[in-house]
Ligand binder design. Structure first.
Ligand SMILES: [Zn+2]
Length: 227
């Protein structure tokens, strides 16, 4: 089954390459002509070479992250999140898959829950980028995906310019978790751990619902995050 999925993924990449040839796509990161999904093989290798897996146990959750911050990965995430580059979903999904493989995580019966965005933000962007990653990731491991078990009920301004303390104040009471999480194994997925505040807030409200386990997977992590 897994082999079949890898074949399907490779087929998608193959057809994408044909489209690259037809439309002469350029690498989003280095601008050279490329035959990959908008990022050339060299840049993809650069991203992969900077994968630095890390595991923390904090906030009563097991937290795994893939790459440490690099110019390339941040550019990819920003384009994917804010500039409608939905094709970068595959790059983030691949990083999450590599974390699972690196730590040999057994994910049977875990339910994938992407970090939610507020409905106003959804109306602007038309998608939640982590839901797209969640779909691909859940499909790969045959897991259930729940996009309505976590809600962002407070519409906060973008957090990236705020200090850890300001983020903490801003995110207090920003999320709500479904009662259906009780007794379930929850797998929370996110793109970036910057200060750790979002993961801390979400872990707390998820754990209030008494799941039987909580794992957090995050594609990348800041070198000076608090966790
Ligand atoms: Zn490139």
């Amino acid at each position: 089954m897994k082999d079949y999925k890898i074949i399907m993924m490779n087929l998608q990449i193959f057809f994408s390459k044909i489209l690259d040839c037809i439309y002469c796509r350029k690498c989003y990161l280095c601008s050279q002509k490329c035959f990959e999904i908008s990022v050339c093989e060299e840049c993809l290798q650069k991203i992969n070479s900077k994968l630095k897996f890390k595991y923390f146990q904090k906030f009563n959750a097991k937290i795994y992250s893939g790459a440490s911050y690099s110019e390339e990965i941040l550019k990819i995430i920003r384009a994917f999140k804010y500039h409608k580059k939905r094709e970068f979903e595959k790059i983030l999904t691949q990083i999450l898959i590599k974390i699972v493989e690196n730590y040999k995580l057994k994910l049977e019966n875990y339910i994938v829950c992407p970090v939610p965005i507020h409905k106003n933000r959804f109306a602007q962007r038309k998608y939640n980028h982590m839901e797209l990653v969640g779909e691909e990731f859940a499909k790969f491991f045959n897991l259930k995906l729940k996009t309505n078990w976590l809600h962002r009920i407070k519409d906060t301004a973008p957090l990236y310019k705020l200090s850890a303390e300001q983020r903490h104040i801003c995110l207090k009471g920003a999320f709500k978790a479904s009662k259906e999480m009780e007794g379930k194994k929850i797998l929370l997925i996110d793109d970036i751990i910057t200060t750790g505040t979002t993961i801390k807030e979400l872990s707390e409200i998820i754990l209030q619902q008494k799941p039987s386990d909580l794992i957090v997977l995050c594609a990348t992590r800041s070198n000076n995050c608090n966790i």
